[in-house]
Ligand binder design. Structure first.
Ligand code: SAH
Ligand code: SF4
Ligand code: F3S
Length: 462
């Protein structure tokens, strides 16, 4: 890179962030923007207008690395076109592919300036300075001893003014080493933020108008943060403290692992009205044999039992889940056990995937890989059943009155839109000044991926 000294003058610079992957990446992208703001970087929509482009990547499935290289090819063209006009562009690759394949990225895409892993984005300003000074690529995929959260500026919350919902990462990494999964290798060991730092961020969010916070973590219910009293707090204790913050009326957490669904957390669903009655609890498979091969650490019946206990304390609780079909060794019988679990539990929503071998994970080298056409057929059958259950869940809401948190304008003029306790988008006719409020809505229709309704006390609000 050339022209390094002018590159860091504190004038306004354009920043374009491309985010793939999970909600933690969404959160990370926002925080990377926060750390770059003091350097003058401001978000721009078009990559062509950006002095810096960050590609925040995901490694979880499919041809993750190939997708990154093809996107980088596109960014390279933008960088070259800008260079012809005399403008510099810093390209940074962040996230889980950067962590897993950092060196490979620098070799195959030498026009990339910065490669950084998920645990080092607090060092981004320093990396930008180094890239500018040295004129060479900078790579930082350490798992540093310090916690990045202790070194980040306060999150600019809400990241966009007028946001009534926000993500807050409280836990990262994973020690569970499921047979199929790259996360323990890309995100590192489990670690939790302190209670004080989580509460401080949540309070700032609430003060700026956020009503609903989704707590994030790869294993969010394994949270074990240092409490203000010096003891270790679990998620239930943290949720209790968060529920006392004025203005915060809704709490969610994702993603949970069945093994960490303890009594305290189940009881929190009974005791805290702010905890939304919607839980994403991935099960992956309904076959004990496959669950064992996956190293999930629980049986299908143990999962059924957790769901039963949750519904005992919170009867309106609905579930969402993740499924993998075609894990090595999965037979027709194993797959049928998954279908049976779905029939028994019933899900309001779900994500299902074909098993995708990840280099370096135990399952990738396991014998009895399932042929692609078998995976396809199983995925189709599973998705048809899950779709049926989702439709039935949504249909059952028609005629009911439910609380909706309005978050913005609707698709059609005169409409406002919000989300139900179960995360469905809901549209109603109503005035804009109701945005930001949680109000009762009578659901009148079910659309493909959302619900339509009417404000219960329309005349009062109009
Ligand atoms: N921590 C969460 C999951 C994180 S990854 C948990 O333990 O449930 C999100 C989802 O991606 C997983 O639940 C799984 O269903 C899917 N997934 C992960 N690795 C995969 C792979 N190799 N092939 C297909 N799907 C995978
Ligand atoms: Fe991956 Fe398993 Fe950890 Fe979830 S619990 S992140 S699936 S290793
Ligand atoms: Fe993807 Fe990394 Fe998240 S692999 S799912 S971005 S933790």
């Amino acid at each position: 890179m050339t022209g390094s000294t002018t590159a860091l003058s504190p004038s306004r610079r354009g920043l374009h962030v491309i985010t793939w992957g999970c909600q933690m990446n969404v959160y990370d992208s926002a925080r990377m923007s926060d750390v770059l703001r003091p350097l003058g970087y401001q978000s721009v929509d078009a990559p062509e207008a950006a002095d810096m482009i960050i590609l925040n990547t995901c490694h979880i499935r499919d041809k993750a690395a190939e997708k990154v290289f093809s996107e980088l090819g596109r960014l390279r063209k933008i960088k070259e076109a800008r260079k012809e006009e005399g403008a510099q562009t810093i390209i940074a690759v962040a996230g889980c592919v950067a962590q897993a394949e950092g060196q490979e990225i620098l070799t195959r895409a030498p026009y990339v300036d910065i490669v950084l892993g998920p645990q080092t984005y607090h060092r981004l300003p320093e990396m930008v300075a180094r890239a500018a000074r040295a004129g060479g690529a900078v790579i930082d995929t350490d798992f540093p001893a310090e916690q990045k959260f202790d070194f980040l500026p306060d999150a600019a919350a809400p990241q966009t003014p007028g946001n009534y919902t926000a993500f807050l990462t409280i836990q990262e990494g994973c020690d569970k080493f499921c047979s199929f999964c790259v996360v323990p290798y890309t995100r590192g060991a489990e670690s939790s933020r302190s209670v004080a730092s989580v509460l401080a961020e949540a309070r700032r969010m609430a003060e700026s108008g956020v009503k609903e916070i989704s707590l994030l973590g790869q294993n969010v219910n394994a949270y074990h943060g240092e409490g203000p009293d010096g003891t270790v707090w679990g998620l239930a204790q943290l949720a209790n403290a968060l529920a006392t913050i004025p203005g915060l009326s809704r709490l969610r957490y994702t993603t949970s692992h069945p093994r960490d669904m303890d009594d305290a957390l189940i009881n929190a669903h009974r005791d805290l009205p702010a905890l939304m009655p919607f839980l994403h609890l991935p099960v992956q498979s309904g076959s004990d044999r496959i669950l064992r091969a996956m190293n999930r650490g629980h049986t299908a019946d143990e999962y059924r039992d957790i769901v039963r206990r949750l519904r005992d304390v919170r009867p309106d609780l609905a579930l969402s889940s993740d499924f993998i079909v075609g894990h090595p060794g999965e037979t027709d019988e194993d797959f049928e056990a998954t279908m049976q679990l779905v029939r028994d539990v019933t899900f309001a929503q779900a994500y299902s995937f074909k098993y995708s071998p990840r280099p370096g994970t135990p399952a990738a080298g396991a014998p009895l890989q399932v042929p692609e056409d078998v995976k396809d057929a199983r995925l189709q059958a599973l998705q048809a059943l899950l779709r049926q259950q989702q439709d039935a869940f949504n249909a059952a809401l028609v005629g009911q009155t439910i609380p909706v948190l309005f978050t913005g304008e609707g698709r059609k003029p005169g409409q406002i839109a919000g989300r139900s306790p179960w995360l469905q988008p809901v549209h109603v006719s109503g005035p804009r000044h109701l945005i930001g409020q949680e109000l009762p809505v009578r659901i009148t229709e079910r659309l493909t991926n959302s619900l339509g309704g009417t404000l219960v006390e329309e005349t009062v609000y109009a």
